[in-house]
Ligand binder design. Structure first.
Ligand SMILES: *[C@@H]1O[C@H](CO)[C@@H](O)[C@H](O)[C@H]1NC(C)=O
Ligand SMILES: *[C@@H]1O[C@H](CO)[C@@H](O)[C@H](O)[C@H]1NC(C)=O
Ligand SMILES: *[C@@H]1O[C@H](CO)[C@@H](O)[C@H](O)[C@H]1NC(C)=O
Ligand SMILES: *[C@@H]1O[C@H](CO)[C@@H](O)[C@H](O)[C@H]1NC(C)=O
Ligand SMILES: *[C@@H]1O[C@H](CO)[C@@H](O)[C@H](O)[C@H]1NC(C)=O
Length: 355
């Protein structure tokens, strides 16, 4: 083996400082590179293992049939959307399929692993053992409790209070999507008249840079909102508290990055007060972090009068009432409703039949 010293002696004298210079340069590059990465998130490949193909295929590698009233448009791919759901049920499957068939980059985060070999998959496909790499089922996501613990993310859902819910899982998954600029988070209770109404909404905000786009803002001084934390926290001072109503919400990468940093702060026990779970509630913490970090928060534009996002669970009579008023995106409807059961022509007939 040639010794380094011998090697150095081989270099002509007037160039002898070159190796040192190169070493210095390399260290500098390493430092700069390393520093650059400290600022970024630690990335685990295991969390993002979904395929990159545009996957209108099923587990048997067969093209799947999109409903005829839905038009595919590759431009919709820019809209990253995550549906938050406990598990796959048939009406949710239909809404997922509609989004995927328009070209939207849609995923569902479940609160359990999607089992392709189960006989009751929820998507009308038979149980499978092998899974095509381009199957849409790669868009059915799950992040383990261990990962949530690692990132210190929990209790973002309040009704019912669940320590690790699909929402927590979605947030940790999103930490790892380094390329996103914005993401739409949609509760599985969001339904629509026609899928075009959703892409129309998404398109309106394509070049808007607001960090939280939501349905409603609860001012810091509001006493009507019952979701404020009951305790104090040194990192979330009361004067910054803001609530947002988020059944359908768009977050920016900047916001998610700040959320990550705050969860690290809590996680590493650098708090003066023990934090109570209320602080973690997504409709509290996202707005409050945005407010502290001077990020932007906005409600949907007044011109967008076709949304009806509220609480409850709407029956057919009320859905028809809303449709007649031109409300074309509705929350919450958490069952196989007239919107998921019938074709658009059938729904139009129901709307026009005023009995
Ligand atoms: C998936 O479902 C099949 C059939 O119901 C069952 O045998 C299997 O244990 C399930 N796998 C997991 C990981 O739950
Ligand atoms: C919703 O989509 C349907 C079908 O494309 C369309 O007729 C209707 O005008 C849309 N609603 C809004 C508010 O854009
Ligand atoms: C809260 O603050 C806003 C703006 O400062 C003010 O307009 C509103 O009246 C206040 N509401 C209450 C309940 O104090
Ligand atoms: C607030 O936090 C402190 C410290 O953990 C705890 O002793 C107290 O019970 C909490 N108060 C409420 C109202 O949760
Ligand atoms: C449907 O919901 C509306 C509004 O919540 C309610 O007034 C009505 O009684 C309900 N209709 C039926 C048939 O349950």
């Amino acid at each position: 083996m040639v010794k380094l010293r011998n090697l150095l002696q081989l270099i002509p004298r007037r160039y002898s400082y070159y190796p040192y210079f190169i070493c210095f340069l390399c260290s500098l590059i390493f430092l700069v590179y390393h520093y650059d990465h400290i600022e970024k998130l630690e990335v685990e490949k295991s969390i993002i293992d979904s395929s990159n193909d545009f996957d209108l295929y099923d587990d048997d590698d067969m093209l799947f049939n999109c409903p005829s009233e839905i038009q595919f448009n590759i431009k919709n791919r820019q809209h990253l959307t995550i549906i938050i759901a406990p598990k796959l049920v048939p009406f949710l499957w239909k809404n997922f399929r509609a989004l995927l068939c328009t070209g939207v980059d849609v995923y569902i985060m479940f609160n359990e692993v999607f089992n392709i070999s189960s006989s009751s998959r929820g998507d009308n496909f038979p149980a499978c053992i092998k899974r095509s790499t381009r199957s849409y089922t790669h868009r059915f996501l799950f992040v383990t409790n261990e990962k949530l613990e690692k990132y210190g993310v929990s209790y973002m859902t309040k009704y019912p209070t669940i320590k690790y819910s699909s929402l927590d899982r979605a947030i940790v998954w999103l930490y790892h999507r380094k390329s996103l600029t914005t993401v739409w988070l949609m509760n599985y209770g969001v339904q629509w008249y026609h899928i075009n109404n959703i892409t129309y909404l998404f398109d309106i905000y394509t070049s808007d840079t607001t960090d939280i786009l939501c349905e409603g803002i609860v001012e810091t001084n509001s006493t009507r909102w019952k979701q404020w934390p009951q305790n104090q926290s040194d990192i979330f001072p009361k004067s910054y508290w803001i609530g947002t109503f988020n059944p359908l919400v768009r977050y920016s990468r900047r916001l998610l990055f700040h959320h990550y940093k705050y969860m690290q702060l809590i996680h590493k026990n650098r708090l003066h007060y023990e934090i109570d779970t209320n602080f973690r509630f997504h409709e509290f913490i996202m707005g409050t972090i945005a407010n502290i970090e001077q990020l932007s928060i906005a409600v949907f534009n007044q011109k967008i009068d076709f949304l009806h996002l509220s609480l409850g669970d709407y029956n057919t009579t009320f859905i028809l009432f809303l449709l007649r008023q031109g409300k074309h995106i509705i929350h919450p409807i958490r069952y196989d409703s007239i919107l998921t059961k019938y074709s658009i022509n059938h729904i139009v007939k129901l709307i026009n039949n005023n009995n």
